[in-house]
Design a protein around this ligand. Structure first.
Ligand code: KG4
Ligand code: ZN
Length: 339
């Protein structure tokens, strides 16, 4: 039987990406053109700049993905594309490009939810992984605990009520002068610090919810830095990075393990940019092992934004017959499980 080949396109934020994925699990190419250098100058993503850069890059990124995979457009079975959530102008670039291809080639178009894509990165990394499992999605824009009940079937168990985990990393990194994107830099610096040096708050809701809040810990770090500055004391940046990171990891770990208990699930997959954090990987794996729960994570290149994960998600929609119409629009606030 021949393989199903998906050409996938991702442009929801600041990476222009295209990939060719076979049968939802095998990556034939995964091309990512990052705009990080440009946005670093502004300390974060500038939406208007992102859209323009996507337009400049998309054609060559797609061509490169096909070339590296060694397949022609005629051999592709379907075109998968992220249509939300994300920056509307950025999403529209990838979506219009994908629609143009699908229309001119007369191939099916599959609309993909970016968050579902992050979750599906685990299907690429772990060839035998099947639902049910619990997924912790931690990225620059999102923080979710999801009960993945079946392929394409998701129940949101907890989410952030304010900042996303990656956003908190980025803001704290900026406050201690590490630059953008802050996650990898805090990850590195924290290795030299003491995670118990400063006791930053762990948000705790008293209503049985598994939601998160990261704006409190972020403000606590800013207040601490301010206080040290006012009193003329020197800040140990590595201790701040390690203590902040510990506060974030503690709540992520606690809530995801509680979800496994409530849903009677013994497998956790993590996804999104923050899933490449070395301390989160280690500590979650250790804490889960004590409860005989297994933790899976994708390779770092599949954690941060990429199109291979979109190709995987598109495949599972394609085999269910979920084909989009040509009037598919970008949905900047698309919810998980919503079509
Ligand atoms: O998934 P992603 O590439 O984009 C979104 O969909 O948001 O995630 C980017 C986020 C940024 O906030 C970045 O600082 C964070 O992931 N990140 C990390 C690490 N690598 C990337 N956070 C903590 N530790 C890391 N090693
Ligand atoms: Zn993402």
């Amino acid at each position: 039987m021949s393989r199903t080949l998906i050409l996938a396109i991702e442009s929801s934020c600041d990476e222009t990406a295209a990939a060719v994925v076979a049968d939802g699990r095998e990556v034939l190419s995964n091309i990512i053109s990052s705009q990080i250098d440009i946005h670093t100058k502004f300390g974060g993503v500038v939406p208007e700049v992102a859209s323009r850069k996507h337009i400049e890059a998309i054609n060559s990124v797609v061509e490169e993905a096909l070339k590296e995979a060694g397949v022609t457009l005629e051999e592709i079975d379907a075109i998968g594309v992220t249509y939300g959530p994300g920056l509307v102008g950025a999403l529209l670039v990838g979506l219009q490009y994908a629609k143009g291809l699908a229309y001119s080639l007369n191939k099916p178009l599959i609309g993909v939810n970016h968050i579902e894509g992050h979750i599906c990165a685990n299907f690429i990394e772990h060839k035998d992984l099947k639902p049910p499992f619990v997924c912790l999605v931690v990225s620059g824009g999102h923080t979710f605990i999801v009960h993945v009940k079946d392929f394409g079937k998701f129940e949101v168990i907890g989410e952030t009520r304010d900042d996303a985990a990656g956003e908190a990393y980025d803001k704290v990194a900026r406050a201690i002068g590490l630059g953008y994107p802050g996650g990898p830099k805090i990850d590195k610096l924290a290795k030299e610090g003491n995670p118990k040096a400063i006791n930053f708050p762990r948000a705790n809701f008293h209503d049985n919810t598994l939601d998160f809040s990261f704006s409190g810990v972020k403000s606590a770090v800013l207040n601490y830095l301010n206080k040290m500055d006012m009193t003329g004391q020197e800040v140990n940046k590595a201790d701040v990075a390690a203590s902040f990171q510990q506060a974030v990891i503690d709540v992520l770990t606690e809530n995801v393990l509680e979800t496994c208990k409530r849903k009677n699930v013994d497998k956790i997959a993590i996804a999104g940019g923050v899933a490449s954090n070395s301390a989160l990987r280690r500590e979650l794996t250790e804490s889960a092992a004590k409860k005989e729960i297994k933790v899976l994570f994708p390779a770092p290149v599949l954690c941060t934004d990429n199109a291979a994960m979109i190709g995987s998600a598109a495949y599972f929609e394609y085999i269910k017959g979920n084909i989009a119409s040509m009037d598919l629009n970008a949905k900047p606030n698309l919810k998980l499980g919503e079509r």
